[in-house]
Design a protein around this ligand. Structure first.
Ligand code: PRP
Length: 206
């Protein structure tokens, strides 16, 4: 499970799907949470690391953003769009920025591979600067000309005086599965996918 803002939505989805997750899930700093009744163990990692845990098989299944899936390109199955944590990836800049006048723009982002792939497809030559957060700061202090980042409410862009110049792709969280686990625990995993899918499609998971 991804720690942070996606966690709450994912827990709510699992509860709707009939998983009886204890109140501990609502307020804990623990990185491993056991639910013996459901025979489940939850591992909480940084969102960007979820596919790594699943690829290595220390987690059978996981919840990962489409942004993370594109950036990390891990060997896992993406089996269900959970349709939670909806946001989108965009390019943004200061309103005064003139992209036509810039021959080798610097792009700040937490997603270097995703951004490089996008600009390659657009046929635009750019220099990528990898940052770990607060990406909106980069154009304000002259570190980069543009940014590639997640937009959710648009508040961070607005409050920092940036404008969106290109909308890249919609992002939601996905349910992912380790390929070996899927073979070994097909019954359990399929049951989980079905229960989640029913909630996603608007019914009850049970
Ligand atoms: C994300 C993203 C934007 C912000 C967008 O950052 O990178 O900065 O949220 O949300 P908004 O459109 O609702 O303002 P996050 O808060 O996850 O932290 P980070 O900057 O450290 O990555």
């Amino acid at each position: 499970m991804p720690k942070g803002r996606i966690f709450e939505e994912a827990v709510s989805l699992l509860r709707q799907a009939g998983y009886d997750l204890p109140p501990e899930f609502d307020d804990s700093r623990k990185l491993i949470l056991d639910v013996p009744k459901a025979n489940m163990r939850f591992i909480l990692s940084k969102p960007m690391d979820v596919p790594t845990y699943v690829e290595h098989g220390v987690a059978d299944v996981g919840v990962a953003g489409k942004d993370v899936m594109i950036e990390e390109k891990r060997d896992v199955y993406e089996v269900l769009d959970l349709k939670i944590s909806a946001c989108y990836m965009a390019v943004a800049a200061l309103p005064s920025y003139d992209s036509k006048a810039d021959i080798a723009p610097k792009i700040a982002t937490k997603y270097p591979k995703l951004a490089a792939g996008y600009f390659r497809e657009q046929g635009e030559q750019v220099e990528i600067i990898k940052l770990n957060g607060s990406i909106e700061l980069a154009p304000l202090v002259g570190l980069a000309d543009r940014i590639v980042d997640i937009v959710s409410t648009g508040r961070t862009l607005k409050e920092n005086g940036l404008v969106e110049t290109e909308t890249m792709m919609p992002i939601t969280s996905r349910f992912i599965v380790n390929p070996v686990s899927y073979r070994m625990k097909a019954g359990q995993i399929d049951d989980m996918i079905e229960r989640l899918a029913r909630v996603v499609e608007g019914g009850s998971g049970q």
